[in-house]
Design a protein around this ligand. Structure first.
Ligand SMILES: Nc1ncnc2c1ncn2[C@@H]1O[C@H](COP(=O)(O)OP(=O)(O)OP(=O)(O)O)[C@@H](O)[C@H]1O
Ligand SMILES: [Mg+2]
Length: 270
């Protein structure tokens, strides 16, 4: 990835207002016999065209945070805003891509899968079809527009899910470990494709992973969370730290630093 790309992604906190603001957010689940605190007073901001990565160990509340930004879950403390409006439920301005390969409708073609959310949200048939084909071209799936999900590889299914989300032109694209179930080579290819797509279209991304390398490849900024219940341990600006190629010295330095933070860090008491 070029330096220019990173420079473009750099938010200027002094002059820009955040697109999404997560302020002191505590998220809990009520089970029949106890209360699970998934995150505790988490705060961070997401700026337009930023690629923000939420990184942390399993169970630290990454998916829960993403679900709260998507509006599926309400904070018990704190507030999440999008464009200064409190997030109180799901909406087409926040599209989500999940880890599972089975997020597509198996009885619909690839093109129909991508068009479906647009049709549900009132876009006309012709326009939905046109936007679906355009989005599928961007993820290199033009040859498969008439195929059905069972005919696709895992990576291809994830591309369809990305195209479906992007075709909606959301304010924020939310991705929850979208490549975790892919083999290493495909995963790397998909990460590069995502960055290329970001360069081509320009969108705001919140990406969840527990892979340090993936966080540094994908993110322009990384929010590191502590183990359960998740709290913000650090925020790292990848471009400021000289982020370059995967095999660069800076990349190694940054991944090592995050690794120490995650594995040697003191637990944060609350
Ligand atoms: N539906 C639920 N009901 C009760 N507890 C839940 C529920 N979903 C998640 N939790 C709990 O909330 C905490 C955070 O879970 P979450 O799935 O957000 O973690 P995560 O960081 O995404 O983990 P992973 O990397 O394994 O996906 C965990 O302790 C989990 O057991
Ligand atoms: Mg998760």
């Amino acid at each position: 990835m070029s330096q220019a790309l990173d420079a473009q992604a750099a938010p200027d906190a002094q002059t820009l207002k955040p697109l999404v603001s997560v302020e002191g957010v505590t998220l809990q689940y009520k089970t029949p016999d106890h209360l699970v605190t998934a995150t505790y007073r988490v705060s961070f901001e997401i700026f337009q065209r930023e690629r923000l990565v939420l990184l942390g160990p399993s169970g630290c509340g990454k998916s829960t945070l993403l679900k709260a930004i998507a509006g599926f879950l309400q904070p018990v403390e704190g507030v999440i805003t999008l464009k200064d409006r409190v997030v109180s439920g799901p909406g087409p301005d926040r599209m989500m891509v999940f880890q599972e390969f089975d997020q597509l409708l198996p009885w619909k073609s690839v093109c129909a899968n991508v068009a479906y959310p647009m049709l549900v949200n009132g876009v006309g048939k012709a326009e939905a079809n046109e936007r679906a084909l355009e989005a599928l071209a961007k993820v290199n799936l033009t040859k498969f527009v008439d195929a059905f999900p069972h005919m696709l590889s895992g990576g291809m299914k994830q591309r369809v899910a990305i195209a479906r989300a992007m075709a909606m032109k959301p304010d924020v694209l939310l991705m929850d470990e979208p490549y975790a179930a892919l083999d290493a080579l495909t995963r790397r290819k998909m990460q590069d494709e995502l960055l290329q797509l970001w360069e081509d279209i320009g969108f705001t991304l919140v990406f969840v992973t527990h892979s340090i390398e993936e966080a540094v490849v994908v993110g322009s900024r990384v929010v590191v969370l502590s183990p359960h219940p998740g709290q913000v341990r650090a925020e790292l600006n990848c471009h400021e730290l000289g982020f370059g190629q995967r095999d660069s010295v800076e990349f190694g330095r940054l991944t090592n630093r995050i690794s120490h933070m995650l594995f040697d860090g003191q637990s944060i008491a609350h």
